[in-house]
Design a protein around this ligand. Sequence first.
Ligand code: GDP
Length: 534
Amino acid sequence: MSTEIQTELATEVERRRNFAIISHPDAGKTTLTEKLLLYGGAIHEAGAVKARRAQRKATSDWMEMEQQRGISITSTVLQFNYHGYQINLLDTPGHQDFSEDTYRTLAAADNAVMLIDAAKGLEPQTRKLFEVCRLRSLPIFTFVNKLDRPGREPLELLDEIEQELGLQTYAVNWPIGMGDRFQGVYDRRAKQIHLFERSAHGSKEAVDTVIDLGDPRIEELLPKELYYQLKEDIELIEGVGPELDLEELHAGLITPVFFGSAMTNFGVEPFLNSFLDYALKPTPRTSTLGDIPPTYPDFSGFVFKLQANMDPKHRDRVAFIRVCTGRFEKDMTVNHARSGKTVRLSRPQKLFAQDRESIDEAYPGDVIGLNNPGVFAIGDTIYTGQKLEYAGIPSFSPEIFAYLRNPNPSKFKQFYKGVSELQEEGAVQIVYSVDESKRDPILAAVGQLQFEVVQFRLLNEYGVETRIEPLGYSVARWVTDGWEALEKVGRLFNTMTVKDLLGRPVLLFKNEWNLQQVLQDHPNFQLQSVAPLA
Ligand code: GDP
């Protein structure tokens, strides 16, 4: 191996940081993303991300659905430079109706930013996404947003994170007042106060007035009671709670917390700077060859997401690949671990919002989009050199279920072809009733959106119009010890028994409460929330 490539890899890995934002809709993810890009110089005016979105809606028919529903379906990768760092922001779709893609994106991330609305605290989608981060022990950075509006007490918010998520917190900065009385934040590291200027709304980078804690002007600049409150608060937070230990942060055990206001662009830049100081660079990943460092000289990566028809003119499919090791080069030929075939990676794409740019090379921590001629499935590894495979991406427990009907018998073939291809691609999970007279597939998804995507694609790509018939269940459990165990237990009320594609029994429950009842009544029953690996 040449030392040149090693040096190059080491340099590129050193300057790469990659993260995804986890949040509940409306917490301000789009706004924060936009402000971050502004610092990276990737856009020059706030509002551009939204404007782009609007433009996209007008031009793409795949996005027809997005337009109708006013939501963003696709997750993309935003790459920007800042202070010499190459930052990759993996965008997780933020709508309530999120899909498995939202979860899968986290499999490609090295860090997560947990964005919280100060008035609302932790919300359902944030909790769910947090659980996925926890499975991967991702470092989590917390940004408490909308401080310019009345919100909950900062201590209460920290307490909620600690109690509910079991995640220690370390306030990196501390808010002074809130809502109408928001004065700014105190930066604990630098012992400085950043004053918030209410006029700094809008599209320019905020002018940050910074003064030292010891500066006598503070008493004039801050309302008296807020000044005294701050002094008290500082004593309190300095007195209790752990220090920020980077190892613990990197293990996902403690989260640095920042307070700010994305909309008014307050606190975003200090956040970005601290993030770059603390975030994990691309790290070794577990593979069949053991933990492989990103500087491993041969190229490798895995598929974390598939997307069809982003470009209506080409009706193509794109596989999103997280580069894990080595250098990716345009037109390189790689091995596809699952099939044992070789594939030439032509037309690689870098993704910026929905626009695609061709790229010539990529490094660990980057994401590339590849044209997918039906070769790639979720979790597939591609590599050069010695064979290796990365651990697969887990599937997620579905929460909504519906029969998918094909009202037109002459379309039988297309219907089944479409359903099976979409299932293979990971667009949705599919189960079947155990009742032989009910042959229609049951779609099992984590969000309503997945149903709509399936229907839309069946119509557009396979020419089949379908009907959805919702089933009133919300919890799925695989019976790990099989059909016999199920027979022993006998009839269960308020549940439906279905089988997955491998013929294994799955129980659908109306709700969590019903599940708990069954578990209480049958303590020996072995159930698990995701499909056991085949
Ligand atoms: P997303 O659904 O998480 O992408 O949220 P958006 O970025 O679209 O923001 C949702 C709403 O909250 C929009 O009306 C934003 O203007 C508003 N918003 C975002 N950040 C802030 C903030 O810091 N302060 C205030 N007052 N509003 C904000």
